[in-house]
Design a binder for this molecule. Structure first.
Ligand SMILES: NC(=O)c1ccc[n+]([C@@H]2O[C@H](COP(=O)([O-])OP(=O)(O)OC[C@H]3O[C@@H](n4cnc5c(N)ncnc54)[C@H](O)[C@@H]3O)[C@@H](O)[C@H]2O)c1
Length: 470
């Protein structure tokens, strides 16, 4: 393509992305994404590596349920795999029928992969949870039958951080209340106790994926950032780590929680912590429902100690969407909480954006590919994490042996005896509880050697499953 033509194409894409020529009602994705996706693909200049394939790629069957993101479907289909896509979860009997001969299954939170279901999966190698949690899978049983499970715990960090930024400004300006009032016909123009966020201090509890993203965004708005974490973490920008939770509470105008749910973080913010906070400060929790003691928060707001709160998570949350589900039967303090001023309540939507869904789709499908094609289990939640560097293109007669086995003494001796007729170019092994996983690259092997290696490893008493990639 000539250079001016390329510029012209980019300009056209830009116009389309900005919706300049589209109809007013046309649904568009974010302009930046559309624009970036329309740019010509760059050719990779990195060193070419040998593509390892399990066997004929067309034979790999992947079952994708619950409307996983289209990006994931495309990535897996483009590999040449047979992808079966369903918008919903399947009833158990249908799932059992389908899981019998698939090599990989992709689910979200509704499909329960219990032992009862998984024991029918004769060819299953890997499960992809296209979501954050993995409670819906019997992880222990999956590991026991040599099936690795992957998820995407951090793809929505940015979405949560952006929601918290919105909440900081909304609380400072009492936006929720003004909006509800106007929706019900009340004009109430006030400036008393409404603030700019510039120059105020944000206290972040938990400086992990979300807390640190938030730190950068908050500083860009002119806020000072303090953070408290149980481990020492390098500050981003001019944020400052404090050594006690009390110091953070004493000095912050906004306190936001970004910690996991652990016994230590249960009611991390309760009566003593609210008492230690500045008068008229704000509380935000988009982490887990157990972290803030909500009845104590209700009292602190009623006393005027806390000027407002934004909550996205609750100790008990409804399992599905619907009217009337957020009520006192769910959590006994609900009606008291909803009647308070300047309290923003959202239904666990911190990570719920199109971008996060797409990022989850890409991350999990790549994890599936890396595991199917290369044996890399990095990021698996139920499995030893093992990986070997890729093979070079010219390594024609090298095979990769993947041996999942019981974690008992004597395995390596037996396995290396079997492999010892060949040059083991590299090898890595690790264990996690009762399960261990070994990867080895073996040079100078021909077709009959491959069969011989496979049969001998298959006959070992420790074997859980074997794959040979070449
Ligand atoms: N609202 C949502 O939709 C949504 C979406 C994604 C994540 N989350 C939740 O947000 C929370 C944070 O997620 P993340 O991805 O940033 O996690 P992360 O693991 O990256 O970071 C958590 C941080 O908390 C720190 N920490 C742990 N215990 C602590 C304690 N007692 N005191 C202080 N710091 C402590 C850890 O050291 C770590 O730095 C998690 O609970 C996660 O489940 C919510």
């Amino acid at each position: 393509m000539s250079y001016p033509q390329e510029i012209q194409n980019i300009q056209n894409s830009f116009k389309t992305a900005m919706n300049l020529s589209g109809s007013p009602g046309e649904v568009s994705t974010s302009p930046t994404d559309s624009f970036m996706n329309s740019l010509p693909h760059r050719t990779s200049v990195s060193k070419q590596t040998k593509a390892l394939k399990p066997f004929s790629t067309g034979d790999i069957k992947i079952l994708l349920l619950e409307n996983v993101n289209k990006g994931a479907v495309d990535i897996l289909t483009n590999q040449g795999y047979q992808v079966e896509f369903h918008k919903t979860s399947l009833p158990d009997d249908e799932l059992i029928e389908k899981i019998k001969d698939v090599h990989a299954i992709g689910i979200r939170s509704k499909t329960k992969l219990t032992e009862k279901i998984l024991k029918h999966a004769k060819n299953l190698v890997v499960i992809g949870c296209f979501c954050i949690g993995t409670n819906q899978v019997d992880l222990e049983y999956a590991a026991k039958i040599g099936v690795a499970v992957f998820n995407s715990p951090f793809s929505n960090s940015r979405s949560v951080a952006e929601l918290v930024i919105a909440e900081i400004i909304s609380l400072a300006r009492q936006l929720g209340d003004r909006s509800i009032e106007l929706h019900t016909g009340t004009w109430n123009k006030v400036s008393s106790k409404c603030w700019e966020v510039r120059g105020k201090t944000l206290g972040i509890i938990g400086y992990g994926h979300i807390g640190s993203q938030l730190s950068v965004l908050a500083e860009a708005m002119g806020m000072h950032v303090l953070y408290y974490d149980i481990i020492t973490i390098m500050a981003l920008g001019t944020a400052k780590q404090v050594s006690t939770l009390d110091e953070l509470l004493n000095k912050s105008d906004f306190v936001t929680c970004h910690v996991p749910a652990t016994p230590e973080t249960k009611n991390l913010l309760s009566i003593p912590q609210f008492a230690a906070m500045k008068d008229g400060s704000y509380v935000i929790n988009a982490s887990r429902g157990t972290v803030v003691d909500i009845p104590a928060l209700v009292q602190a707001i009623k006393l005027g100690k806390i000027a407002g709160a934004a909550l996205d998570v609750y100790p008990n949350e409804p399992a599905k969407n619907g009217a009337g589900l957020y009520c006192d039967q769910l959590n006994p303090w609900t009606s008291e909480l909803v009647s308070l001023p300047n309290v923003i309540l959202t239904p666990h939507i911190g990570g719920s954006t199109e971008e996060a869904q797409r990022a989850i789709g890409v991350e999990v499908s790549h994890a599936l590919l890396k595991y199917i094609n290369e044996g890399s289990s990095i990021g698996a939640v139920n499995f030893p994490e093992v990986s070997l560097r890729a093979l070079d293109l010219d390594q024609e007669n090298t095979v990769r042996v993947l041996y999942i086995h019981k974690n008992v003494p004597g395995v390596l001796k037996t396995v290396n005896n079997i492999l010892s007729d060949h040059n083991i170019e590299k090898q890595y092994s690790d264990s996690n509880g009762d399960i261990a996983y070994l990867i080895a690259d073996i040079c100078d092997v021909n077709q009959s050697d491959i069969k011989d290696i496979y049969d001998k490893l298959n006959a070992t008493p420790y074997r859980i499953s074997i794959r040979v990639l070449y």
